[in-house]
Design a protein around this ligand. Structure first.
Ligand code: ZN
Length: 80
């Protein structure tokens, strides 16, 4: 199984990608799973998941969130 566990969309300040772009890129690279892990929110991941479902992609989009805390950035387990 091929996967990427740390993808950001433009909803994160460090990325300019639309939520569709990670889906298209992951498909081209033959990934099975991609975790969209925006900073402090999950809407980019939801949009990417919706796009993957609408286009009947075989790619599974998991939702995650990179949380900004006083101790630094934390990545909890993916959200189902
Ligand atoms: Zn990150």
């Amino acid at each position: 199984m091929r996967f990427d566990t740390h993808i950001h969309t433009k909803r994160s300040p460090c990325s300019g990608m639309s939520p569709k772009k990670p889906v298209k890129t992951a498909e081209k690279r033959g990934l099975d799973v991609a975790v969209v892990l925006d900073h402090n929110e999950i809407e980019g991941g939801r949009e990417a998941r919706r796009f993957a479902e609408e286009t009947r992609s075989k790619l599974k989009i998991e939702l995650g969130c990179e949380l900004t805390t006083e101790f630094g950035e934390l990545v909890p387990s993916p959200i189902n």
